[in-house]
Design a protein around this ligand. Structure first.
Ligand SMILES: C[S@@+](CC[C@H](N)C(=O)[O-])C[C@H]1O[C@@H](n2cnc3c(N)ncnc32)[C@H](O)[C@@H]1O
Length: 319
């Protein structure tokens, strides 16, 4: 794989992306995004390939872009699975740590898989909020997976996706009972006794947070809720939407010590939380005290294991 890109100068970065902040913030975040193992990611990719082929009524030669490709959790298995159909997968990310991790993962693939993606997975460092180097309608599909909430203007971003995609913009997300930690939107579902503590932790976190951020406006898009984005494509651009569930054995292992680090290092984007560095630190301290006060067994720091979960793929197709 070629390494022909330049690293952006991080000091000049205007991005609010926590993955570009520091190696430390990056590693903390990376660990949390690992609940999908490689075997299951291939199953997910197979289902995505099938759904794209069905929606686009075309089996072969699809060009697919994933902005915010990360370490290739979605795009890498997609390139492998799409190989028999001559798919080309493109991706970019403005975190050089992520792109390095992607390269590391490509390097570690079995030779047979590495050969399959040769020339079929094209990636680079690029800011989604800058200019994109692709022609109009260059891609058949643009996949959006956990990127919208990092952007300062998701409408401008969607306009760009609309400009560069010929047929389809696809939204992918994980539906998980404990997803509320990401958005502060708490569902009315009973939690297993051993997991209530996690629920209470985040309830307390969001309570404290709302006291700190007096003038903060709730973001229009959260990592889990992109309904506004779908409505935008439906109403102003005339897309047709269909959503599909893909059930996979997902699992998250959550440790309080890591969540605390996460709060401290600002793994949440400022846009999403509205918090600045001193406020985050204050929150970190208070939550740490809460953890210590609440339950001694937490201090042993055994992970809380949460199973259950599925993916949802919403396909917005130009009509
Ligand atoms: C939560 S990760 C999701 C990665 C991947 N899409 C997935 O689902 O596994 C978000 C990714 O978006 C990238 N990102 C955030 N803001 C970006 C921007 N302005 N331009 C390019 N990439 C960005 C981050 O670096 C990170 O890799």
């Amino acid at each position: 794989m070629e390494r022909s890109y330049l690293y952006p100068n991080e000091n000049n970065m205007t991005s609010i992306n926590p993955y570009v902040k520091s190696k430390k913030a990056f590693s903390l975040l990376l660990r949390y995004s690992q609940q999908l193992d490689f075997k299951n990611s291939l199953i997910l990719a197979e289902e995505m390939v099938r759904l794209f082929q069905l929606a686009l009524k075309r089996k072969r030669d699809l060009k697919i872009l994933e902005p915010g490709i990360g370490y290739g959790r979605i795009a890498l298995p997609l390139a492998i699975t799409g190989h028999p159909y001559n798919f080309a997968i493109y991706g970019f990310d403005n975190s050089r740590y992520m792109i390095e991790e992607l390269e590391r993962r490509i390097e570690n693939l079995p030779l047979q898989m590495k050969e399959k993606i040769q020339g079929k997975l094209v990636y680079q460092i690029l800011d989604a909020e800058g200019k994109w180097p692709y022609p109009e309608q260059f891609f058949d599909v643009i996949i959006l997976s956990y990127i919208l909430h990092y952007l300062s203007d998701w409408r401008i971003f969607l306009d760009k996706c609309d400009f560069h995609s010929k047929e389809c913009i696809a939204f992918l997300r994980e539906i998980f009972p404990f997803n509320f930690w990401m958005s502060g939107e708490f569902p009315q579902i009973p939690f297993p006794e051993d997991q209530k503590i996690l629920h209470n932790f985040w309830l307390h976190y969001y309570e404290l947070k709302s006291k700190l951020e007096k003038n903060h406006k709730k973001p229009e898009i959260s990592p889990l809720n992109y309904q506004n984005a779908i409505d935008y494509l439906l109403s102003s651009k005339g897309y047709k939407v269909s959503c599909h569930k893909i059930n996979l054995p997902l699992e998250r292992r959550i440790k309080f010590s890591e969540i605390l680090q996460w709060i401290k290092y600002g793994a949440f984007t400022p846009l999403r939380t509205g918090l600045n560095q001193p406020q985050r630190l204050a929150l970190y301290k208070e939550m740490k005290e809460w953890v210590i006060k609440e339950n001694v067994s937490i201090i042993k720091d055994e992970p809380i294991v949460i199973k259950r979960g599925e993916f949802e793929l919403c396909l917005c197709v130009k009509s």
